[in-house]
Write a protein that binds this ligand. Sequence first.
Ligand SMILES: [Zn+2]
Ligand SMILES: [Zn+2]
Length: 169
Amino acid sequence: MSKQSQSRLRFNFGFLLEAGLGTSRIIELDYPTIRVAQDLDLTPLQGVFTATRTSEGVYLSGMLSTNMVFECVRCLEDAEQTIEIDLDELFYYPAHTAPPGEYVIRDDGFVDLAPLVRESALLAIPVQPLCKPNCQGLCMECGQNLNEADCGCDPEDIDPRLAALKDFL
Ligand SMILES: [Zn+2]
Ligand SMILES: [Zn+2]
């Protein structure tokens, strides 16, 4: 397979590790596109986060955003949505003080944010994506995309109150 390319989300936090507790630095990201994992490219990746030196390491907090294409659960069309990626994570330093499974800062001060960004992005994916909040979906009868045109089918499941009226008439 291809060579493992080095993550472009590596940051040197050495200066923060040398700094006093509470020292923070605002870091801005603006990538037109970036690969955060073999299975995930983010286009774009933008946003701002704050890195703060704490007694346990460096705490990262901020909000990134990207665009993703989803299939709308109602009309099955592809739709692009902006996804907000919430960053809220402590990176432990020195690494051996970290509880199992937690993120760490390497001894040389470098941190790879790609795994955190990947995990946070996957958490931000909507469970039931819609192309727009009022998507009309597909006609149950003929499959027509009701956002594009009305098909003229008689809807089976109309409002029960209206159904009662129809029976009466
Ligand atoms: Zn839709
Ligand atoms: Zn129809």
